[in-house]
Design a protein around this ligand. Sequence first.
Ligand code: MLT
Length: 256
Amino acid sequence: MTRPLLAHDGEGHGPVLLLLHAFPFDRRFWKGVTPGFVQAGYRVIAPDLRGFGDSKAASAWSLLDQAHDVADLLASLGVEKAHVLGLSMGGYVALALAAAHRQVLASLVLAHTKAAPDSPQAREGREAAMRTIRTLGASPFLDGMLDKLLAPHASQGLRAHARTLMNQADETLLAALEALRDRPDRRGELPTLAVPTLVLTGAHDGISAPAENQEMAAALPDARLEVLPDAGHLGNLESPDAFVRAVLTFLAGAPA
Ligand code: MLT
């Protein structure tokens, strides 16, 4: 089966930095941090994952499908190796990419993400979210999600900005909630993932909490944890300068 090529933005010259967005966002998620990476000499490639933004999809998908799509995109662009930065859902895709296409990884940034699967409670939360979207539409779900994503001290301006980036179609949200609910447990793979890795999260992240991320970093052979003091779950939007600085400092020590 041929897969449709993901819509994407590409900017800059140099080693490739692939940016994989969170749920329920698309490649616009990275607009605020891309200039910092480009100015530092990286070629940034930011796709809309399958179903999101301009990468329309009609059927169900898994996070492994997303990883295959991303590998196809890199191949189509002639990219053999990339620094891969996945944030939250993008991190789940990055871990699937590490499992199925490890040869493309120069290094990994696992931002605000986890290797653990959904707990039974989280799975119930996905079911409840799907029921809400089917009966009341996406807005109540997205409004509620925003509160969980951002640190409590987030400004009204940031809240409004983040909310406008969350405007995906209902079908996209439903397909993603199923895929997120059914994602595998990748914790057992961490000790074999011998790629330089930065585990990055926010002090106020209630979804990928620092303590849980510390465990993930400890299970990886070559990883360190950095915690952004002012961020919740979306460090690139909440603390963009600190986010770019942390990633660039890490990349400066990673093999090209
Ligand atoms: C995300 O930010 O991508 C989501 O919080 C991921 C999830 O719900 O598991």
